[in-house]
Design a protein around this ligand. Structure first.
Ligand code: HEM
Length: 149
């Protein structure tokens, strides 16, 4: 098992990054869809189309991508020599991943609110939420590539 993890390390890392890209695409796009959805009249064809787009984005892309990020990420953690557990960056990275996961859950619950035509938040709220995954992603990439501490 350990030898297999070492031999497959570049492949596991490649699929980790591919999954991260798909997850991030969804985390950035779903709040953007909510912004446009706010401006569509409930019951209109446009609003119903947004509901379908939001459901498919979450279930078809974001949920599987998040699971894949975790599976490949945990395999990387289990690979000998990849993480120095005395360095702080990995703990901070994992905390930030927790932040992205929390945001994912919030977006999923807001999607349900939109699906029930029960959203009361203004478009500006979702516009602000849209900035959050960007900031967290920038911090994670700097931590993992630069490993400053
Ligand atoms: C459960 C969640 C995650 C775990 C356990 C995890 C763990 C890891 C580990 C241990 C590495 C080091 C691989 C190596 O140096 O060979 C790595 C690489 C990487 N991770 Fe994650 N990660 C997770 C989520 C994320 C997320 C959410 C992002 C971005 C938003 C991300 C971006 C990256 C990138 C860009 C690399 C490649 C860095 C390089 O080229 O060395 N990871 N991950």
């Amino acid at each position: 098992m350990t030898e297999a993890l070492i031999a497959l390390h570049p492949w596991i890392k490649a699929f980790h990054i591919i999954a991260v890209i798909a997850w991030m695409a969804g985390l950035l796009y779903l709040p953007r869809l909510f912004v446009y959805h706010c401006e569509a009249a409930p019951g209109s064809l446009q609003a119903e189309t947004f509901k379908t787009m939001e459901r498919r984005l979450l279930r078809g892309i974001m949920n599987p991508a998040m699971i894949a990020v975790y599976v490949f990420g945990l395999l990387l953690l289990a690979t000998p020599g990849v993480v120095d557990w005395h360095a702080a960056w990995i703990y901070l990275k994992l905390a930030l991943v927790g932040g992205l996961t929390g945001l994912h859950q919030l977006l999923a619950s807001w999607r349900k609110t939109f699906a029930a035509d029960a959203n009361r938040r203004p478009a500006g709220f979702y516009r602000a939420v849209n900035e959050v995954p960007t900031v967290i992603m920038v911090a994670i990439v700097i931590l993992i590539v630069v490993r400053p501490f």
